[in-house]
Design a protein around this ligand. Sequence first.
Ligand SMILES: C[S@@+](CC[C@H](N)C(=O)[O-])C[C@H]1O[C@@H](n2cnc3c(N)ncnc32)[C@H](O)[C@@H]1O
Length: 288
Amino acid sequence: MKEISTMPARSTVKKTVRAVVGEKGWKALRRYKRKLSGAPAPAPRPAPKPTGVAAISDDLCKLAAHFKTDKWGGHRYAQHYQRHLQHLKNDSFNLLEIGIGGYNRAGQGGASLRMWKHFFPNAQIFGMDIQDKSHVDEDRVTTFIGDQSDPGSLTGIAAKIGTLDVIIDDGSHRSPHVITSFETLFPLLKDGGIYAVEDTQSSYWPEWEGSDDRNAPNTSMGLLKRLADGLNYEEFVDADYEPSYTDLNIVSMHFYHNLVIIEKGKNAEGTNKKRILKTRYSEEGVKG
Ligand SMILES: C[S@@+](CC[C@H](N)C(=O)[O-])C[C@H]1O[C@@H](n2cnc3c(N)ncnc32)[C@H](O)[C@@H]1O
């Protein structure tokens, strides 16, 4: 005949002790038991691999392709944005893009705003478009109706957003509009902010209010090339040259195929021109 044990089963004892000491105490007891037995600690469980869009959220080119913005594929911009905006990856900041996409087609557009949202998990993403794109609004994505050729429209939207850390012009690509937007919004961009102008190819197209004269001053590339000169304003030799706002507040410009990225900051590194151009800047040179 089988002997009936009066001892409770081991599992019952374990359950009771665990209930009494709680989860934390139970883990401590197990650690102690392991220590006494000399058994190695179990390897920590690997973090579960992200899936879906989370798996590509560090790669702007993949995100652009996923959300179907032409910033990758149609153009090659995403790789440049990755380089110039990577430092903001986990920051809390405001990004405004002019041109949400979809033009007057109902329910269309928003691809790049979604891309930015997934690349920057802590940023607020704003878009403005001449068409109503409010269907794109969602958590951390806000759209405005506005015309980039109208300074009042631009300043009104900027005031609603507050601090502007990144501005991207992917709107009409008409030179007069690009220039108005830059002249209105650049002074409102935060010191250290980034301003990007996309699709500068239209600057060379008279059909798009550009010009086939590459030296034309009133095109978007005409403006951008002048700004590049301004980076070196301290080297100019005109005695009466007065530096402009952009001379004093642009620290770098990056020209890519059809894309220009401008960094705002204090441009006053100084010059050694008086030491090099001795004749010009000597008493005699100045008099002469
Ligand atoms: C190239 S799409 C933007 C694409 C979008 N940024 C993307 O990458 O997915 C250009 C958008 O600019 C808008 N647009 C055209 N003229 C404009 C203007 N004057 N002011 C603001 N937006 C304008 C158009 O309605 C269109 O939706």
